[in-house]
Ligand binder design. Sequence first.
Ligand code: ADP
Length: 439
Amino acid sequence: MKSRIQRSMVLIISITLVLFYAILAVILYNRNMNILESEVQQEAKYIQKAIDIAGTRYLEEMASVDWSARVTCITPDGEVLYDSRRNGEDLENHSQRAEVREALASGEGEDVRMSDTVGREMYYYALLLDDGSVLRVAREMDGLVRTALNVLPVMGGLAVLMVVFALFLARWQTKRLIKPINELDLEHPLDNSVYPELTPLLEAMDRQNKEKEAVSNMRKEFSANVSHELKTPLTSISGYAEIMMNGLVRPADIPLFSERIYKEARRLITLVEDIIKLSKLDEESVELEKEEVNLYELTREIVSRLSPQASQKNIRMEVTGEPVLCKGIRQILDEMVYNICENAIKYNNDNGRVTVWVGDTLNGPKISVTDTGIGIPKEHQERIFERFYRVDKSHSKERGGTGLGLSIVKHGAILHGAKVNVESEPGKGTRMEILFPQN
Ligand code: ADP
């Protein structure tokens, strides 16, 4: 950044200097030109007056004077009568010179051109004398290039000075600009009051920090919950086994204790399985291929798998609707529908009902599971998708719940771009819907 600022500063100064140099050369050239013109014209008028008084003889008498200007006297037909630098007879006819023609026509004339005689750029000024001949005074002048070259040494020196100064200034300025950026407190981006231009960047950093913190808190909470959830059944298993090991259980009670150990072990297995499923979904890069899945057939198959659980509570299950295809990961879709249908049984009353509808809607394929169970109070409805969140912990555990089922549903839905809706009234029942996007 430092060298970039320095480079751009030197570039700006250089461009400015070149422009300034060009403009200065043009201004100087014009100014010199104006001075030269008025001097030459003045000189011509003096000589004209002198000739008017003393005749062309005046010029010959002045021959000994060192003229800085070139003075020429030309007859009306262009013959050179006198020239202060050359012998007039050696010179060619001047009737076609622009300034001479102009003077013959209108009394005075001027021109700027390269002189064949002198070999330099010259300003010519011609005046018509009373006797009809033309007096011409000319002086060498600096062209634009020569003027520019004349100021070059001064400009060069100035340029070196300014570039050195710019480099020094840029170094000092960049140091001053960068210092507050280097001192930014990135842990608390919004506490910095540096440049307003940095506010969007600092706000984005703050958002990122908060997101990172939320993820890290969630991970910590999840790990704490997992350890707790694993410890509970393990403690029970270890307790029951210890009692049996110490011979404190009567032989008649052994089947009861074994059943308790078995149940806790099953719970532990289910929990570990759910955690594995969830962490796989969390990795986002689920590598399973998406395929066309018939949601209606899948749901019917899941409901028949759950029928032993339903008949234990004498719950009537019914699947209606129509075959509908959805592009998705079969295994994950299976887990999503299974968890929702299982909950509709788990949290249902004895002799209750579970109605499942599968079909296509204007917005895409939909699965709707309605139960006549205990329902979910309004204030819990959003939170039930959080990991390990249960409305009634003991109720859930009694039914073998891990508190992870709906988290799996939520993650599966995100993976398929689907939405999950809950409608529930305590004491009346619950309707859970998964709405998939149009294929
Ligand atoms: P669990 O393993 O406890 O069933 P879930 O994540 O599947 O965990 O559900 C979270 C909580 O949401 C459950 O503990 C329960 O309190 C509530 N819940 C889920 N589905 C229903 C339902 N159909 N009826 C009543 N409560 C439900």
